[in-house]
Design a protein around this ligand. Structure first.
Ligand SMILES: [Zn+2]
Length: 243
């Protein structure tokens, strides 16, 4: 099978998992705040695990290019938040009533997913088996992230299939960037170290900047730290077993 097609199919499957996001909310009239915190910590841990695996793979390449790429990835996330005016936006406020809040959260989610698409494309370029491990980690993490988004949307009157569809829609950028990054690296393999660095830097920055700050107030520090680390550890372990 054409490797670009494998990237397209695998990243589409990962994005599609976001459709499961509303499931944990079924049968509950209100979303417990603590559950939002756990979902954030779970997504954060899976992202950190993916970032660790990328960094491990990147050690084989030029360290300076990787470091420059990481700085570029951090700068990219910082700049997109600055441009969108979302630097101080809490992404999981269920009581926020302004009309633009839902759109801004969706925009941030779409930009967030773009960096994860770069990570998938770079990992697939390292090798398809390694790429599949990253796709599984990012795909599973799409579920709790979609659960949080759906909780926000539900609080704004968007429910069921519509919320699930919007959860998947914000991950279209993941598929797009995975395919574009992979195709670019096929054409210019010399960009792999800087791209791995970019993905690593942006993923870790997203975790520190978007996912973790709010959830410490939602579920308690020990729980959040442990859920994050266990999720990260499972990805690192699976990545090690797959090599
Ligand atoms: Zn994420």
């Amino acid at each position: 099978m054409d490797p670009t097609l494998i990237v397209l199919l695998a990243s589409t499957a990962a994005a599609g998992l976001a459709a499961l996001g509303p499931l944990p909310l079924l049968g509950r009239e209100r979303t417990p705040t603590v559950a939002i915190g756990w979902a954030n910590a779970l997504a954060a841990g899976l992202m950190l695990g993916a970032a660790y695996l990328l960094m491990s793979a990147g050690r084989a390449y030029l360290p300076l290019e990787g470091a420059a790429g990481a700085a570029l990835g951090i700068f990219f996330v910082w700049l997109t938040h600055l441009a969108a005016g979302t630097e101080e936006l809490d992404l999981n406020r269920l009581d926020e009533s302004s009309s633009v809040y839902g759109y801004r959260v969706m925009l941030v989610n779409a930009l967030h997913s773009a960096s994860e698409g770069v990570a998938i494309g770079a990992a697939m370029s390292v090798g398809v088996p390694f790429g599949i491990v990253l796709v599984v980690a990012i795909g599973v993490h799409n579920v709790p992230e979609a659960t949080i988004l759906c909780a926000v949307l539900r609080a704004r009157g968007v429910r069921g299939g519509a919320a699930a569809a919007l959860g998947v829609l914000t991950n279209v950028t993941q598929v797009l960037l995975a395919v574009v990054t992979f195709a670019l690296l096929e054409a210019v393999p010399g960009l792999l170290p800087v791209t791995i660095g970019f993905a690593f830097g942006s993923l870790v920055y997203l975790v520190l900047f978007e996912l973790l700050p709010e959830c410490y107030r939602q579920a308690g520090r020990t729980t959040i730290a442990l859920v994050t680390l266990v999720a990260m550890g499972i990805v690192v372990l699976l990545g090690g077993l797959a090599q």
